[in-house]
Write a protein that binds this ligand. Sequence first.
Ligand SMILES: [Zn+2]
Length: 470
Amino acid sequence: MTSSPKKNLFLLPLLLAALTAPSRNIPAQGPPQKPNVLLITLDTTRADHLACYGHPTAETPTLDGLAARGVLFEQAITPIPVTDPAHITLFTGLSPDEHGVYENGIVLEKDPPTLAGLLAANGYDTAAFVSVKHLLTDGYLRGFKTVDGDFSSPERFAEDTTDRALRRLEKTGPAPFFLWVHYFDPHAPYFPPERFRRERSPGAVRFETYLALRRQTPGYLSRGITPEEKTAASALLQTHPEADISFFRLTEEDNAVIESWYLGEIAHVDSQLSRIVSLLQQRRLLDDTVVILVGDHGETLRESSHVGQRFRHGSEVYDRQIRVPLIISYPKVLPSGRRIAEQVRLADVLPTLLGLLGIENKSPMDGVDVLASAAPPDLPAYSYSVRQHFECVRTNEFKLLRDGFNDRMLLFDLKNDPAELTDVKGRRPDVFSDLSEKLARWKQKRGASLRKGDVDPHVLENLKDLGYLR
Ligand SMILES: [Zn+2]
């Protein structure tokens, strides 16, 4: 499978537009023999909290700039709102049930072809820059020649990861490079640097400082927390080591401040990414680099109907947790500023990139090359969380969601109700019936792919409760 005929099909609307609009540039040449590949994964980043996805106050000029010179997917869906499984889907083009990693830290025992392995086999110099320890689990990083994940705390800041990636980029050799840079900062606790943290409230400080201490991420406490605030949070942790969010009695003001800090973390990541983009520009490498920006999952902020799910992920499959940013920028081949409204899935990223690079793939994958035709194929997206018993099937227009927490099925009209507030199954029994059938078939398939021996006992209980195993 080579990409050129299909790419021509994809480019047809652009070429036709160019014929009638002489000022628009027609791509004058095909891709260079082997463009570099820069994959940026944006942990815990909601699509709707970037300016290029319509957020009114987000400060994301670098991401917006890359979107303006590339293709932005408005509905990119993760199969599971959990870091490791979502990343393994990106790396293998397989759904979590096929690759077998559906929780953080589960070893990848299967040996499917991986993105890094396929690129290494095609002459790429491959390097990974990871910002959280559990992404170093056995099997995840097959195919990477070098892995930079040597830090003492469980996670590291974007500036540190960026420093390391820049050092590497400064001495790239003649071989094309594949660099994966993972940014973890928007994950809770939210402590952006001072310039991205303009608001403050005692409740927000108390909650985030407690979280930072509990997660043993002391680096966060150096960002604007006073010794008194740290001492108070330490005392609280001693007396209430497992306090949940309801314990903190956050006010609406606290919630708003916490959300502004989350936006601050995204703005901070954007500013660090700008250093990488600048270096690529300085070294005249940007035009010969395919840049892919993608989230692993989103985050529930203030809007959860049950308080325990605020400011976290992995717990439900509303769009706030499963709709992620996806931008592919490579102006030599792809149009600039194109927005694709149709739904795509994280599993599609790998086959799409291979198509773009003209690399043949013979292994079966769940994903498809979504740039191979004028519009992505109309395929349902499935997503689930074993932690809180949520699952869904999603199309371009509707989502059927099983809320196992409250034991109910909900149908949402995504076009008219993007916040997923109104259940329309009474009004659309036809859609409800069709999606119920799809969800049931998917569950049947999933049940067959999981075996008892693959699953740790804790997760096994959840899976049994969900009806996946007997
Ligand atoms: Zn994550």
